[in-house]
Design a protein around this ligand. Structure first.
Ligand code: NAP
Length: 264
């Protein structure tokens, strides 16, 4: 029996890659897509590379009620992604959420809803396996190097900053690092924002430029040495292996997990 999937965000950069991934995986079947435009059309009418006669829904609740599916994948925006996920769980669908920018409160709320229904769900700000390793190595290094800054770089169409990956990395570092306010105690900024965002005394810097995809460098400084841990996603194909693995995993899980590192 194939795993029937509903995908939100089919016209987006990630959504288009995900359609290819689903079409190439013989155990997956794309049952419907959710788009906030194009009600009543078919996937082939809205995505150039697809010949599929798959229905497009603008109303997620109608889609979840009318289409029999196992897994919901969201690759949209933080506001709609959160609303879609809440509705998917209410309609007993497992979820694989790639959309980034959910607050800690929203993730906790979704976890409570999914766990109550014993539904397997994964929310991951980064589905690239190399990025997950970068976060794990950074957490290891944090035990020895409490002084650290994160530089994340993305394409200029990204709406949230800092990236979900940068926040997740800082959270993982925080769990393994002696709490510390970094830099000079009397430091000032001559231009607002010069030192970036702050989490537990760590600084996070966000760069947005055309040409970039998703990149992050975690730089640790210690007496007489600097350690840099860097990951680059050269294209969106880098995220698809993680999404594919997660679809299989949620079918066996009975709670919501945040972060790909927790299921690998
Ligand atoms: P994108 O190209 O801007 O695509 C987003 C798509 O969502 C657009 O087609 C947009 O339609 C659509 N959309 C907006 N509101 C919607 C709604 N209410 N219902 C259905 N569709 C809606 O962005 P992207 O690069 O594909 O990224 C999508 C998300 O994935 C972002 O949150 C990004 O940060 C995240 N991301 C995650 C990973 C990961 O590994 N977890 C990797 C890369 C990106 P319009 O064009 O009409 O607005």
């Amino acid at each position: 029996m194939p795993i029937n999937i509903i995908l939100a965000g089919p016209r987006g950069k990630m959504g288009k890659e995900a359609i290819q991934m689903i079409e190439n995986e013989s155990d997956f079947n794309l049952a419907a897509v959710i788009d906030h435009k194009n009600e009543g059309k078919l996937l082939k009418d809205i995505v150039e590379d697809s010949a599929a006669n798959i229905p497009v829904y603008t109303n997620p609740d109608t889609c979840f009620k009318e289409i029999e599916a196992d897994v919901f994948i969201d690759l949209t925006t933080p506001e709609s992604g959160y609303m879609h996920t809440k509705l998917a769980i209410a309609n007993n669908l497992r979820a694989v959420i790639g959309t980034s920018g959910f607050t800690e409160e929203k993730i906790s709320e979704l976890k409570e809803l999914a766990d109550e229904k014993k539904l397997g769900c994964i929310i991951a700000p980064n589905f690239a396996i190399g990025a997950v390793l970068m976060m794990k190595f950074s957490k290891m290094a944090a035990a020895y190097f409490p002084d650290v800054e994160i530089i994340e770089m993305h394409h200029d169409q990204k709406v949230d900053a800092p990236s979900g990956t940068a926040i997740k990395t800082a959270e993982m570092i925080r769990n393994n690092r002696r709490s510390k306010q970094q830099g000079h105690p009397n430091e000032t900024s001559n231009l607002e924002g010069a030192r970036g965002a702050e989490l537990d005394g760590m600084h996070i810097h966000s760069i947005r430029l055309p040409g970039l995809v998703a990149h992050q460098e975690v730089i640790f400084g210690g007496p007489g040495q600097v350690l840099s841990i860097k990951h680059d996603s050269m294209n969106r194909d880098s995220f698809m292996q993680g999404i594919q693995t997660s679809v299989y995993k949620v079918m066996e899980m009975d709670s919501l997990v945040y972060g790909l590192e927790n299921i690998l």
